[in-house]
Structures are given as C-alpha cells and as structure tokens.
Design a binder for this molecule. Structure first.
Ligand code: COA
Length: 166
C-alpha cells in the first residue's frame, strides 16, 4: 500500500466582490444551499438591506469562485448593523479554513468601516469561535430558531428590535 501525500492547504486569494463575480457566486450559492435558499428568513432581510460590496469577499483561484461572503447594511431597531450572509465555500474546498477566513475578513472590513456590529443567522458551533454570540433581543422578519440569531459586537451597542432597513 502506498502512502498518499497530504493534500496541501489551498492558496488563498480573497478579493472584494465585483459585479463580474455575480453569476459564479449565484452558481456557488445554488450548489451550496439548493433550491430552498430563497425561502430563508435571511433573504427577507436582504430584500430590505443595502448590499455592501466593499465589505463582501470572494475566494478565487484562476477564474473560479470557490467561496463567498456577502454583507448588507441594515438596522436592528434604531441601531445600524451589518447583516452577514450568505456564506458558502465550494464543497471540495471545505475544512481548510476558507469559511472562517471569509468571515474574519468581512468582519474586519465592517469594523474598519466604523460599523458597530455584525448580525447573522447561523450555527453557533461554527460562528462562536469567530466572535459571535446568541443575540436574544434581535428579532428577524420571519420565523427563525432564536438560538441561530447571532451577533458580533465591535462596540457596546444594545441590539434589540426588528432587523430591517436603515
Ligand atoms: C459553512 C461553510 C461555509 C464552512 O466553510 P469551510 O471553509 O469548511 O470552513 P472552515 O474550514 O473555516 O471550518 C470548517 C469547520 O467548521 C465546521 N462546520 C461547518 N459548518 C458547520 C455548521 N453549520 N455547524 C457547525 N460546524 C460547522 C466543519 O465541520 C469544520 O470543522 P472541523 O474543522 O472541526 O472539521 C461551508 O461548510 C459551506 O459552504 N456550507 C454550506 C453553506 C452553509 O451552510 N453556509 C453557512 C450558512 S450560515
């Protein structure tokens, strides 16, 4: 039996999302989430919020888009926030830290832009180590498991109320 060499970690290139990435991002999101992706409550937020390409990133290799994170300027009650999502990494590229890196980069950009907090709907076991915690007073514009409504604060802001447009 011959030993297989370890698969090397991929070279990472994160760049801001550009309009040209759009069709490849859509294809990645369709593969990652399937046809139910537009039924998610996060989509209701995205319909109300303003897309922030300068806070959104893609991981590319050659001309392929292998990961993406999108960010949206929104509000929670009266408090301006950034809403994160969708986040996706091509299945063959997962478990190399790309997902965590995309989240870190998007959060760093939001903080550098003076934003006070990032809110998302996701799994605490993945997002907790990235600085997110359950945000029990944040209300979403549709049914959601409250344990999956998470926030990362850059300042001591009071996050309570409905997530919607600024
Ligand atoms: C979630 C996702 C972006 C992570 O991408 P990734 O590049 O594999 O992320 P990382 O390499 O930084 O982290 C991988 C780790 O997170 C874990 N993880 C991934 N999704 C998780 C989840 N939903 N809940 C808990 N842990 C999760 C993996 O099991 C892995 O753990 P390990 O390192 O102990 O094996 C990717 O799995 C994906 O695109 N999933 C489908 C779309 C999706 O669910 N997006 C998130 C919506 S909130």
């Amino acid at each position: 039996m011959s030993l297989q060499p370890c698969r090397p970690a991929p070279a990472l290139t994160l760049v801001n999302e550009l309009p040209d990435h759009g069709p490849r991002i859509e294809a990645l999101l369709n593969r990652a989430f399937g046809p139910g992706r537009f039924a998610k409550v996060s989509e209701r937020v995205r319909e109300l919020a303003d897309f922030a390409p300068e806070l959104s990133f893609v991981h590319t290799r050659e001309d392929r888009v292998l990961g993406c994170v999108r960010m949206w300027r929104a509000a929670c009650g009266d408090q301006p926030i950034v809403f994160l999502g969708p986040l996706a990494v091509e299945e063959s590229e997962r478990k190399h830290g790309v997902g965590a890196l995309l989240v870190e980069q998007a959060c760093a950009a939001a903080q550098a832009a003076g934003e006070a907090a990032v809110v998302l709907v996701g799994d605490l076991p993945f997002f907790g180590p990235l600085g997110f915690e359950v945000a029990p007073d944040v209300m979403m514009p549709g049914p959601v498991d409250p344990k999956r409504v998470l926030a990362r604060r850059f300042a001591p802001v009071d996050l309570r109320g409905m997530v919607g447009a600024r």
